[in-house]
Design a protein around this ligand. Structure first.
Ligand SMILES: CC(C)(COP(=O)(O)OP(=O)(O)OC[C@H]1O[C@@H](n2cnc3c(N)ncnc32)[C@H](O)[C@@H]1OP(=O)(O)O)[C@@H](O)C(=O)NCCC(=O)NCCS
Length: 327
């Protein structure tokens, strides 16, 4: 009988794990070691990587599993576990390997009092949900998760536009009457930005911003809308190009995006200042900024706001189904 899955240290096995991923998903989601290691090194959630290691040392199947440890919007840590990703090499499928990996994950997560398991959407994720791609491996994943009791939610999208060919709307935002200016983050704004994030976007987006600043985010990769009336931060947008020191989700799959890739997201406006064109204004400003940096193909990740971004020429590129199961 085949020995069961073992615990491996994913950083130490990065080349083999990236190879395993790319053999199954490399056409649609070409993973490179830089991104794989970045996501592991920036994350602090407790995690386990379970794998089947063959006698020759190759890895035939693996899964990365995490237990949420950061507070959600309510201020408490959710009892959530994540199946960040799961891959079984094509030659080893339908032998129960994925089932064994998931059983290990469930046991570990239950010992940490998690009550639900989400596919993807973890902090420092690679996927916001189950990829809705064509192809045998993705169809197998859908069938497997269905059999395991996962239930899907409303679709999310990565949107793409080519800045070189999409004209986009005029630069001046409608309705804001010059009251707001757009400027990159600077250290003197750090306290104001974090306070703005806590007030308007408690939970994930706040943690991401705080952690990115601590990890050495390039100031130009966080664009702010500032109210000239009182200097208050009124909006934020994370942006990326090919030379961003921290890769954001919009440029994860940059090898599919030509030589000048860019990304944007998340973007958010102060709750009391919405509905006046400020969001569109900040978005359009960011697109001009990225165009100035030479970006042509760019992606806005993990959103359902097709109409909002559609005004700037963005169209659906990739589709995901957020999905979860009770533990
Ligand atoms: C989905 C996947 C993990 C399943 O791995 P596996 O080891 O073959 O799965 P199991 O043998 O444990 O399958 C358990 C059950 O899931 C279902 N299932 C798995 N593959 C299936 C398929 N191709 N069609 C229909 N049902 C399937 C079946 O109910 C199966 O039970 P059965 O074999 O007794 O009928 C594998 O196909 C895979 O790695 N796909 C690619 C995933 C990918 O791209 N990952 C990268 C992003 S996360």
């Amino acid at each position: 009988m085949r020995p069961g899955p073992v615990l491996i240290e994913p950083e130490a096995h990065a080349p083999a794990l990236v190879r395993l991923w790319n053999a199954s998903a490399g056409i649609e989601f070409p993973l490179d070691e830089r991104l794989f290691l970045q996501q592991l090194r920036l994350d602090t959630d407790p995690r386990c990587c379970f794998a089947f290691v063959e006698p020759d040392g190759s890895i035939s199947a693996a899964a990365l599993v995490k237990r949420a440890s950061r507070t959600g919007p309510s201020g408490t840590v959710p009892a959530t576990g994540y199946l960040s990703w799961l891959v079984v090499d094509a030659d080893h499928r339908r032998q129960g390997l994925a089932t064994s990996l998931l059983n290990k994950a469930r046991t570990w997560l239950s010992s940490l009092k998690a009550t639900s398991l989400r596919f993807g959407s973890d902090h420092y994720h690679l996927l916001p949900g189950r990829p809705m791609e064509q192809g045998a491996g993705y169809k197998a994943l859908e069938a497997f998760l269905g059999k395991q009791g996962f239930v899907g939610e409303a679709e999310e999208y990565d949107l793409m536009a080519n800045l070189a060919t999409s004209a986009g709307p005029a630069v001046e935002p409608a309705g804001t009457n010059g009251r707001f200016v757009y400027q990159p983050f600077s250290p003197d704004k750090q306290t104001a930005v974090i306070e703005f994030m806590h007030r308007n976007f408690p939970g994930r987006w706040t943690h991401e911003a705080v952690e990115a600043i601590a990890a050495g985010m390039r100031p130009a990769d966080l664009m702010l809308a500032v109210d000239t009336a009182d200097g208050a931060v009124a909006g934020f947008s994370r942006i990326y190009d090919g030379s961003s020191p921290i890769l954001g989700p919009g440029v994860y799959w940059r090898s599919l995006m030509g030589s000048n890739p860019g990304g944007l997201g998340p973007i958010g406006i102060d709750a009391s200042k919405r509905g006046a064109g400020l969001g569109q204004g900040l978005l359009v400003h960011c697109l001009h900024e990225l165009r100035t940096r030479g970006v042509d193909t760019m992606v806005i990740d993990w959103t359902d706001l097709i109409n909002f971004y559609g005004k700037s020429g963005f169209k659906v590129w990739k589709r995901y189904e957020p999905t979860s199961a009770p533990l």
